[in-house]
Design a protein around this ligand. Structure first.
Ligand code: DGI
Ligand code: FE
Ligand code: FE
Length: 192
């Protein structure tokens, strides 16, 4: 499947509002990739597929994740955390199985687009940040993240994770360990 065919298939399997979001993430990811020297085709492909599982019944997402078994990739505990996190690793599996994506860098960018991870790749950073700043996003602080994205992927992502973590703290929720690791590794990187 080429990117255009993938776009049509993805669109058919989600509500129109999520397709608008997916297009926004794709536009933002391509811009960030051009600005920061990443592969535009990979950025487009990962963005198109990043939320491909978002509207699957959670039981099906859980089933896919159980079938994959333990991978030792930081996602093994995900079923024990917020269901909102499941669509990312489940989406990577579906991108591989149903959309024929074999590029591990694209699959990882989908897998870690919600939580982040320690030492995120350039493509991981672009997809995660595009998801925060796409034009349809409208949460408190989003414009600061957009401004930071002009100069530093890392500073923008710290601000993004800070806003997510703040909401989780306010709601008394746990924070997935990979999100803490991602934020720590960015803080370390910008201090150097
Ligand atoms: O799928 P989207 O709505 O486009 O965006 P996303 O994949 O970033 O959203 C997943 C949601 O997961 C996000 O609104 C916050 C929530 N969440 C719950 N626990 C955690 C978490 N996000 C992160 N990064 N870390 C968590 O521990
Ligand atoms: Fe998502
Ligand atoms: Fe998204």
């Amino acid at each position: 499947m080429n990117n255009r065919e993938i776009a049509e298939a993805v669109r058919g399997r989600m509500p129109e509002s999520r397709w608008q979001h997916t297009q926004g993430v794709t536009d933002s990811a391509i811009k960030l990739a051009a600005q920061y020297g990443a592969d535009l085709h990979q950025a487009e492909l990962a963005a198109l597929l990043h939320d491909c599982c978002k509207y699957w019944p959670v039981e099906e997402q859980a089933k896919l994740l159980k079938e994959q078994g333990m991978r030792g990739d930081g996602m093994d505990e995900v079923l024990d955390f917020d269901k909102e996190l499941w669509h990312a690793p489940a989406g990577a599996f579906v991108a591989f199985r149903d959309y024929g994506v074999s590029d591990g860098r694209v699959l990882d960018a989908i897998r870690y687009h919600t939580t982040g991870r320690r030492d995120m790749s350039l493509l991981d950073k672009i997809i995660c940040l595009a998801d925060y700043i796409e034009p349809g996003r409208n949460f408190p602080g989003v414009n600061i993240i957009r401004e930071l994205a002009e100069h530093s992927l890392e500073k923008a992502l710290i601000a993004g994770f800070d806003s997510t973590i703040r909401v989780l703290l306010e709601r008394g929720k746990r924070i997935y360990p990979l999100t803490v690791m991602a934020r720590n590794s960015f803080l370390q990187a910008i201090a150097q």
